[in-house]
Design a binder for this molecule. Structure first.
Ligand code: ADP
Ligand code: MG
Length: 266
């Protein structure tokens, strides 16, 4: 039986491999994710989590395997096209435009999906001004969802760290994604900041009917927010299962959870 034929998954990755000069950063990785679902990806440093995101977004070409987004083969597409088709991401190391305002960080990302005709732009037509206003309103709305509306005119680089992390997500949403990839969004956050982030992720998932892939080391967040979790180890999938099953999986405990992480959910 092939469930993909009757109900194609939003994202279907099959047998993905990525090698860097002989180093297999990803080996035969298969996964799927659907709208309204959060797939967690965990594993030790160097397991290939960020490389997976780099391949899914067209930032790096996979060595082998296929990536289907709504049944469309996007394996060989480059980043701008992948963004247009609906995959957005945040970065493990924050990559905001530090000199721009908080609002402009979101506005710049909107440009990746919006097309103004050149004449509209030059002549300053009313339709152009109307679109501009609508986009600014939408950007402010995204900022509001992440508790950043009051900081709209602040310089992004001057925001406290936790807010910069949230702004990265607000900016990713500005491209109107179907699939959102979050690379360690809670890194460096304290417990209450992480709890707030948890609620914001659920809220945007619900509002925009997103599929989310969450790479994260904070096991409390991962175990509590994810519908399914995939464990990567040396580029290979060790297991994909529910949080409960992952927490009890002996191989997973041995390779990852047992070492440094406290895994009790609260
Ligand atoms: N652009 C690259 N060139 C060469 N090696 C890379 C590159 N990106 C990642 N790697 C290597 O691939 C492996 C997986 O890295 P990464 O995907 O960053 O792991 P994770 O995000 O799980 O910590 C590591 O051994 C890393 O050094
Ligand atoms: Mg990484």
């Amino acid at each position: 039986m092939s469930p993909e034929i009757s109900h194609p998954h939003l994202l279907q990755v099959s047998h993905l491999t990525k090698t860097f000069r002989g180093l297999r950063a990803l080996q035969d990785v298969s996964l799927f994710v659907d709208s309204g679902e959060i797939l967690g990806v965990i594993g030790p440093n160097g397991a290939g989590k960020t490389t997976l995101f780099n391949c899914l977004t067209g930032y790096l070409p996979p060595t082998q395997g296929t990536i289907l987004l709504q049944s469309q083969d996007i394996t060989r597409l480059r980043m701008p096209d992948v963004t247009q088709l609906g995959i957005a991401r945040t970065f493990q190391n924050i990559r905001l435009f530090g000199a721009l305002s908080v609002l402009d960080n979101v506005r710049v990302a909107q440009q990746l999906r919006t097309h103004f005709g050149p004449l509209e732009f030059v002549l300053g037509l009313e339709s152009f001004r109307r679109k501009e206003r609508a986009l600014t309103e939408e950007a402010l709305h995204h900022l509001e969802l992440f508790g950043l509306a009051e900081q709209a005119n602040f310089q992004a680089g001057n925001l406290p760290y936790g807010m910069q992390r949230r702004l990265e997500i607000a900016r990713a949403l500005a491209t109107s994604p179907r699939l959102l990839l979050l690379d360690e969004p809670a890194a460096g956050m304290n417990v209450s900041e992480t709890d707030a982030l948890h609620q914001m992720i659920l809220e945007v998932k619900h509002r925009f009917d997103l599929a989310i892939i969450l790479v994260e080391h904070d096991m409390r967040l991962v175990m509590n927010i994810c519908d399914r979790i995939m464990v990567l180890n040396y580029g290979r999938v060790l297991a994909t299962d529910t949080p409960e099953a992952i927490r009890r999986n002996p191989e997973v405990i041995e390779s990852y959870l047992g070492r440094t992480h406290h895994v009790e959910a609260s």
